[in-house]
Design a protein around this ligand. Structure first.
Ligand code: PFF
Length: 468
């Protein structure tokens, strides 16, 4: 029996779910440290340029393809052209592999919520050691990861409306409030002005080609683009919604959380004379030191911050899991629950390997890196960028312009004055831009064997595309 496709219950529910997917570790963990490593304000300006020029256009395209076909990534490509199935499968694989390390970091955020009250902040100088010892230990981080993953499973198993949408509607406002509280606190610390000027007064002398690469890659990751996630979310959207307007809201929410996270951290960081270019350890090592300096209320603010990080991560990993589940439901006709439980068991195994690769099994490598870095590099540097480029080429060169116009104007009932601009950006600008960035990005991977392996996967998928 053909089942009716699940749908978002309301417009606000869809927006919260899509924004929930976008707002994640990418905003609160990655964006601030990339900003710190790339010199501050100038990186932010270039990042905003990438979001407006590339991110917005691709997100509109993903929503349009999903809603038009009413199918998740693979089915959506297949509907138009069987040879393109591989681009959808590549997306599902990206989601699957990102879920091989993302829940590990999600588990860290849970641990830090508890640890905020139980000694994390007592000796500020020891925070780095506490973090290192925790992520390297064999059992504890795996237990926290499993708890984190279980929450994901619970939400996704409940379905689109009663699970993903409800979680987004409840959690996203809480995330905003918590971040705002921490931000205001940070701004009131004497000496916070230096951090603000670091963030918002660009120093162009620090910009290199690498700055552009980092900014574009970050825009993709942060907006959940290039792996069919927004195609899947668009497929649950009804035909009355205005796609360009909704996209603008989702993108604005994502960008505002990234900026808010920056404003929450840098003023306090500068006020306490800490190092902005601390890299990936920024959130877990440097930020807790800020809270440690606050005295008695420190633990509370620290807990607020890590709850915000947990929520952000959760609503994103839910979307990553959903991409895999929707694929199995649409293409393999699997039951939602079976698909959710099955995929998450495999993800738990991958995550356990990732976690162990940071400690007990650090000697075991795949293509020269540990499991954690393997999944990260494979997706971030290879799969997402290529996935985004394939989508732009597909939409720009293989779909009918009239169909796209029809979808974006809801059958001609709405006006979308920027249609031509959008279409030309998708067709000409984005494939070239991402082509350059992806090539440079992939060539910059130090482990040649890993680079070849990643490309080989894409080639093999493309060759067997019709069978997928
Ligand atoms: N956008 C998420 C973040 O910023 O953390 C990560 C992500 C989620 C990437 C979903 C891709 C995706 F499909």
């Amino acid at each position: 029996m053909e089942q009716k496709r699940e749908n978002w219950g309301s417009r606000i529910g869809f927006i919260m779910a899509a924004a929930g997917s976008a707002v994640g570790l990418g905003n609160i963990w990655r964006f601030p440290y990339l900003t710190g490593m790339n010199g501050g304000g100038a990186f932010i300006v270039i990042y905003l340029g990438c979001v407006v020029l590339v991110g917005l256009s691709i997100m509109i395209a993903e929503f349009a393809v999903g809603r038009r076909t009413q199918l998740a990534a693979v089915g959506a490509y297949k509907t138009y052209n069987k040879k393109w199935s591989f681009a959808g499968v590549l997306g599902v694989l990206s989601g699957f592999f990102i879920m091989g390390f993302y829940p590990v970091v999600g588990g860290w955020s849970l641990y830090y919520i508890v640890k905020s009250f139980t000694g994390l902040l007592t000796v500020p100088e020891a925070i780095g050691d506490i973090f290192g010892a925790f992520i390297g230990s064999p059992v504890q981080p795996i237990i926290w990861m499993l708890i984190y993953l279980a929450v994901n499973v619970f939400i996704v198993a409940r379905g689109v409306s009663a699970g993903i949408e409800l979680a987004g509607k409840i959690l996203m406002p809480i995330l905003y409030v918590l971040l705002l509280i921490v931000t205001i606190k940070g701004l009131t610390i004497p000496g916070a002005g230096a951090g603000l000027s670091y963030l918002f007064v660009p120093d162009w002398s620090v910009v290199t080609g690498g700055t552009f690469l980092a900014a574009l890659g970050q825009a993709f990751f942060s907006l959940s683009l290039g792996m069919g996630c927004m195609i899947t979310y668009g497929s649950y959207l009804n035909k009355e919604e205005k796609l360009p307007n909704n996209t603008l809201i989702v993108v604005s929410m994502d960008t505002s959380v990234a900026l808010l996270a920056g404003v929450a951290m840098f003023p306090a960081l500068f006020a306490f004379g800490m190092e902005p270019a601390a890299g990936p350890g920024l959130v877990f090592v440097v930020v807790p030191q800020i809270f440690a300096q606050m005295g008695g209320i420190g633990p509370l603010f620290s807990a607020f911050f890590f709850v915000a990080l947990f929520i952000a991560a959760l609503t994103s990993s839910v979307s990553l899991l959903e991409v895999c589940v929707a694929y199995l439901m649409d293409e393999k006709k699997m039951d939602r629950r079976v698909a959710t439980y099955g995929t998450s068991v495999v993800m738990a195994v991958l995550c356990a390997l990732s976690s162990l690769s940071l400690g007990a099994m650090s000697g075991v490598t795949i293509f020269g890196v540990g499991a954690f870095d393997f999944f990260d590099i494979l997706t971030d540097k290879i799969f997402l960028a290529i996935g985004g480029m394939l989508l732009a080429i597909f939409v720009g060169w293989f779909l009918k312009k009239e169909d796209l116009k029809d979808e974006l104007t809801n059958g001609g009932t709405l006006s979308f004055g920027l249609f031509e601009v959008w279409y030309n950006i998708i067709k000409y600008v984005i494939p070239v831009l991402i082509g350059i960035v992806a090539t440079v990005g992939i060539l910059s991977i130090e482990q040649t064997s890993l680079m070849i392996f990643g490309i080989l996967i894409i080639v093999v998928l493309a060759i067997f595309s019709k069978k997928l």
